[in-house]
Ligand binder design. Sequence first.
Ligand code: NI
Length: 199
Amino acid sequence: MKLLRIILWLAVLVAGLLLLFLPRPDDRATIKSSGDSLGGDYILTSHKGEKISSSDFKGSYQLIYFGYSFCPDVCPLELTKITTALTKLSDSGYDISAVKPLFITVDPERDTVEELAKYMTGFHPSFIGLTGSVTDIKAVAKDYKIYFSKGQDEGGFYLMNHSDVIYLMGKDGEFLKLFSSMDAPADIAATLSKLLKRK
Ligand code: NI
């Protein structure tokens, strides 16, 4: 009988510990919304016409921005922000070869390889522009929780509505940090300076 009581006590203790340490439903939601499950595998085409797989970036940090080359305002600002941050880091002696800045189009119908090739010349030379089929792009955007939609077509010209966030991903493709339009180049540089080695 004594043994049975000990076993019962142990069972209660284990159940109690489990309740304490198992994530509660809200905790799980928080982890998810902070982007723990962000990202995924893909194969797209670069602005140089090369097939690029997400696994090619294993071992590198990635700054990922989703947008489109015909964007009149926000996209160029954000890509310039990344460009400024990388230039600043490089000028301060950091080895920026460990960071891959990626621009993934949400407008693959207009953003062909040729279009992207022209567009990417306006930004940091290490930038990789990525395009693909509409289906491919939809899948990648979904994995990265990026919203986009086509605006009204006016005589062949249209705008795209899209999320405006820069993701910093780690060497295994894991989500590290999100930069919003409120962040300045200095904020991105400050975060990366803690991760990069000096030349
Ligand atoms: Ni844009």
